[in-house]
Ligand binder design. Structure first.
Ligand code: ATP
Ligand code: MG
Length: 340
């Protein structure tokens, strides 16, 4: 929403680990580019409410009010009793689709040039439903929940997305030969919804086969939007990230009915946190997806061009891309390219 000063307020969740460092780069670049955005920083450190860990109300109110948030990585504590905050956020705002594009970066050489994949991951259920219990000692059960409602919603989004961005095909990635009922439902619903989009070609592929083909030659995937249940999307999107140069480069958007939260695919990278070594590109490109979502396409493309130019020049790359630059030096190089 645009304020009286002509600026849009956007919630900023800086996050843990490298979060504050990469968020700083985004803030610096945005002010240099005069993007009409006012950041509203919120703390999402969980608090205790009725014996349950929850996200503070102020954070929830901020996202609800602003409709759009940019989010750094939140560390998920391993083990008992902790619910992932990332999951909580997705559930709270019903962010049902996670859009993960992977595009080759000119100047950063990987075994494949011109990769341009888009993966859409169901974001609310599946293997992430969090329903696990001990049956008897030494036997545990974990439930993969697939519902018609959530599946239809993400599938319809995938077809609509393909149409909007001009990708001619939607492919469902599944394992319905083994998960006959759960993936079977997802696949059958996809076949139904495909009929609503006669201009978009539809087919399906088994996950294992997709992995094999993707690392053999990813280019045939460029004309497709891949859509799949939650866990498959988690794994396959890291595979795609590997094709273009790693987690430092891959953005994502969590899309809901009302609110959307944009974030890098990577985690909090505790091993390099606080050292100024992190690559802010993934969060930056997530923010570009956010600008496009908000209709600020002019700002989006000028910053995007400055990022790609800086990467192509290769003079101020961070360590993950084989360079020696600090996070802020890379951000400064982008800022000079903005002005150039
Ligand atoms: P988390 O538990 O929060 O997911 P993690 O230990 O799994 O943290 P990730 O952030 O998922 O770590 O990243 C895996 C590895 O990739 C890290 O060890 C880190 O070195 C590298 N990495 C991730 N993101 C970046 C980045 N933005 N810049 C540079 N290196 C990164
Ligand atoms: Mg991780």
């Amino acid at each position: 929403q645009k304020g009286s000063d002509g600026k849009y307020t956007v919630t900023l969740i800086e996050g843990d680990g490298i979060g504050p460092e990469i968020a700083q780069s985004v803030k610096d670049i945005y002010s240099a580019a005069n993007v009409p955005i006012k950041w509203e920083p919120v703390d999402v450190t969980p608090t205790l409410k009725d014996g349950k860990t929850v996200i503070p109300d102020e954070a929830i109110d901020s996202v609800t009010r602003n409709y759009v948030a940019l989010k750094g990585p939140l560390a998920t504590p391993v083990g008992k009793g902790h619910v992932s905050l990332n999951l909580t956020l997705r559930r709270t705002f019903n962010l049902f689709a996670n859009v993960r594009p992977c595009k080759s970066i000119a100047g950063y050489k990987t075994p494949y040039d011109n990769v341009n994949t888009v993966l859409i991951r169901e974001n609310t259920e599946g293997e992430y439903s969090g329903i696990e219990h001990v049956v008897v000692d030494g036997v545990v059960q974990s439930i993969k929940l697939i519902t018609r409602e959530a599946s239809e919603r993400v599938l319809r989004f995938a077809f609509q997305y393909a149409q909007d961005v001009g990708k001619p095909k939607v492919r469902v990635v599944h394992k319905a030969t083994i998960m006959k009922m759960s993936d079977g439902l997802f696949l059958n619903l996809a076949r139904d919804i495909a009929k609503e989009y006669p201009n978009v070609e539809f087919d399906a592929e088994m996950l294992d086969n997709t992995c094999l083909k993707m690392v053999t030659d990813p280019i045939p995937y460029n004309d497709k939007v891949l859509v799949m249940p939650n866990l498959y999307g988690d794994i396959l999107s890291d595979l795609c990230a590997g094709l273009i140069g790693g987690l430092g480069l891959t953005p994502s958007g969590n899309i809901g009915d009302e609110c959307s939260i944009f974030e890098a695919v990577h985690g909090s990278a505790p091993d390099i946190a606080g050292k100024g070594l992190a690559n802010p590109t993934a969060l930056l490109l997530s923010s570009i997806m956010m600008l496009q979502h908000m209709g600020l396409t002019q700002n989006a493309s000028s910053i995007e061009q400055a990022i790609f130019k800086t990467l192509a020049e290769g003079k101020a790359l961070t360590g993950d891309l084989g360079g020696k630059a600090k996070t802020h030096e890379y951000a400064d190089a982008i800022i000079s390219n903005l002005k150039a």
